[in-house]
Write a protein that binds this ligand. Sequence first.
Ligand code: BTN
Length: 246
Amino acid sequence: MTELEGWNYIALKTVGSTNDEAKKYCLGFQQKNVIRADKQTAGRGRRGRTWISDLGNLFFSLSFEFDLKNVGALVMTSALSLAQAVEKYSSNIKPQLKWPNDVLLNGKKMSGILLEKGDGNYVIVGIGVNVVSAPENENLLYQATSLRENGIVCTSEEFLGAYLREFNQNLELVENNKQSNLQAEWLNRAYGLGQSIIVRRENEEEKGIFSGIDENMALLLKQDEKIKRILVGDIFFDNGEKNERI
Ligand code: BTN
């Protein structure tokens, strides 16, 4: 175990899922652990999807104590920190944040975030970043891209360091009840604000105008001049002919 940006750092070769490895590190008091693997054989995505884990890309999970009543702030922090880390590498690239927790480069998904509960007060934040390559699979829900495709050349470990620097600062804001700053930063990078969207859940969908997020990361959907708060779902853009897949 070594140290990386104030976190206990555990680097592994091949694992099933770094989220499962991170669950083994929900120990002790106020430990902050980051577990990275070169390869995952059973990477998990949101809502039961598989996360394709090609060699050279970044797969890591954070395990630390966090009050889950603030889970919205944690989602906001996790995704915003990814965008800010990308911005540190290049001022030309403008990452966009797609609700609830995707980061897009030129409209394509560069990363994924999976939050799970650990033992006790621990939370697991599992993140996959396409550093060197974007998985090619026609069944993907969204088109994918990589940092390299966008001109950013770095190793997965270097990007992890850049991420943790942003995450540490943002988490401090949350812990000091200053998450309105984060909400503004998130909205500055929001993808599709003011557009007509479809929000899909298991067996239902709703249409409306994407009108922002609240401080808890709920999506604000405008329907007939009323605002509805949506807590879970995937969003698609309603372009009249077909649903744009991004
Ligand atoms: C998504 O569906 O967009 C979320 C993908 C999360 C993938 C990461 S990779 C590291 C960690 N380990 C996992 O099994 N999943 C997360």
